[in-house]
Design a protein around this ligand. Structure first.
Ligand code: NDP
Length: 479
């Protein structure tokens, strides 16, 4: 049994008591590791270390900090196989996905912000002949980064990298369901001699160490990615201290498919958008709206394609692996049952799968397409976060738009059409933070990323992230 340790003040620290949490491999259902169930005691140690080092971390400047971040990126790249295997083992995702998406992106996050911060200029405002104003953007001090299990190292580093680049020191808490790559990252930090206390990684439960981080008065900002309910709790607990908050929350993302789309490319794109990572990407499409003239043939092509997707042992060449946990598998299966009660028809999938061999105890579900549900159905309103989509025809652009905007979420949407004018018109009216045209998850790290409505507040990426992790101060000097 592997035992992970916290990373505090530059060292791997095991818990002194035997309070550890069990961590299972979702593809086999077997517990294979233990992680510290951290408490306020560890948090105090981490904050002391972070506060102590922060002024000198800030003082080494953007080039010095960028150098460390680039070295971390190098280390991640040279440990690609190890990290990808760990991510697959911890989450049940296909190892090929971890190798081509999760881990390379973790390296890019560090590289991108190492460079971005060197271009992060102060604004200056000239008041005719009266005065010059300039804006200083100083780091906040010690900040908290809390991340989920679906893209563990990818999302953890997406927060840590801009926070560190901007001169802050970080207390990070990865998900208790997928802690392994964060633990391995601690070892890489030690390998590159990252100054002690600059980054501290505390494992454990959200309801304990996560909450303690959000409530601690010395933590000046929280960057959180996770569920909407948790986001709302964090907003409530951080509010009395006026902490800065960036909340990237859930989604119920629509795909608008028009009769003039490139049919083959759209079927391929929708399959990817619906089922990548077993549908456990916040940006995944979960409501498919198809223009009436092509509804029938699009639906049939989609079902045919979904049935060809291979599911099973994530260490082999499969399209889909396991869901993150037994309870999550149950939750998704319950939504499929609910869909039937709400009057929906399961067009394909909808079942638990137990592959023979090593993975028979794993948490697999076949890709599921559901038809016949009204927009008001719970299955169309609530985030399922699994390999489940609903499909429905529409007859006019106005109807498509109303359906797309018809939930409390507002994270992402896709539009599939060759009509550029319509594309612009719709993109402008969609109430969500990101719109992809004839594509999905095409990401430029300079662009703002985040959601409207119940999908969160604030934006990450590019200057948005660097602005979040700094405090602006205007200085006005009369001529
Ligand atoms: P959760 O909200 O359950 O957890 C996210 C993180 O917050 C975990 O580290 C968790 O710890 C921690 N946490 C839980 N409760 C608290 C608390 N009270 N105070 C502080 N921290 C807490 O989300 P999941 O991990 O289940 O991730 C799935 C969700 O994330 C989905 O809703 C998905 O849409 C969303 N997501 C959003 C993205 C976006 O960019 N908008 C991107 C990716 C995912 P622990 O693991 O111990 O519970």
């Amino acid at each position: 049994m592997e035992t992970f340790a916290n990373y505090i003040n530059g060292q791997l620290v095991s818990k002194k008591t035997d309070s550890y949490l069990e961590n299972a491999n979702p593809a086999t259902g077997e517990v294979y590791s233990l992680l510290p169930d951290s408490s306020s005691h560890e948090l105090e140690e981490a904050i002391r270390a972070a506060e102590k080092i922060q002024p000198s971390w800030e003082a080494i400047g953007v080039a010095g900090r960028g150098d460390y971040l680039n070295r971390l990126a190098d280390k991640i790249e040279s440990n690609l196989d190890l990290l990808a295997a760990a991510e697959s083992e911890d989450t049940g995702k296909p190892i090929a996905l971890a190798k081509t998406l999760d881990i390379p992106r973790a390296a890019s996050n560090f590289r991108f912000f190492a460079q971005a911060v060197s271009q992060f200029a102060s604004e200056s405002h000239n008041m005719d002949n009266q005065a010059i104003n300039y804006t200083l953007r100083d780091p906040l001090g010690v900040v908290g980064c809390i991340s989920p299990w679906n893209l563990p190292l990818y999302l953890l580093t997406w927060k840590i990298a801009p926070a560190l680049a901007a001169g802050n020191c970080v207390i990070a808490k990865p998900s208790e369901l997928a802690p392994k790559t964060a633990y391995l990252l601690s070892q890489l930090c030690i390998d590159i001699d990252l100054p002690k206390g600059v980054l501290n990684i505390l494992h454990g439960r959200g309801s304990q160490i996560g909450r303690a981080i959000t409530q601690h008065s010395k933590i000046k900002a929280i960057s959180f990615t996770g569920g909407t309910k948790t986001g709302s709790e964090i907003a409530a607990s951080a509010a009395p201290q006026f902490k800065k908050l960036s909340l990237e929350l859930g989604g119920k993302n629509p795909a608008l498919i028009f009769a003039d789309c490139n049919f083959e490319k759209t079927v391929e794109g929708i399959i990817r958008a619906s089922f990548t990572n077993q549908g456990q990407v916040c940006m995944c499409s979960s409501r498919l709206y198809v223009e009436q003239p092509i509804y029938q043939c699009f639906k049939e092509a989609l079902i045919e394609k979904a049935k060809t997707l291979s599911i099973g042992d994530p260490l082999t060449d499969v399209n889909l692996g396991a869901l993150i946990s037994k309870s999550h598998q149950e939750k998704v299966l319950n939504y499929i049952q609910l869909a039937k009660q709400e009057g929906g028809t399961i067009l394909c999938g909808g079942q638990r799968l137990a592959p023979v061999g090593r993975c028979e105890g794993g948490f697999f579900i076949t890709p599921t397409i559901i038809e016949g549900l009204d927009i008001s159905a719970r299955v169309n309103q609530e985030e399922i976060f699994g390999p489940v989509v609903t499909i429905q025809p529409f007859t006019s652009e106005a109807e498509a738009l109303a359906l797309a905007n018809g939930t409390e979420y507002g994270l992402a949407a896709t539009i599939w059409t060759e009509n550029l004018t319509r594309l612009h018109r719709l993109a402008k009216q969609l109430t969500c933070g990101i719109v992809w045209a004839n594509s999905w998850m095409l990401r430029d790290l300079r662009t703002p990323l985040g959601g409207m409505k119940n999908s969160g507040i604030g934006r990450e990426g590019g200057w948005e992230a660097l602005r979040f992790f700094t405090e602006p101060k205007n200085i006005c000097i009369p001529y």
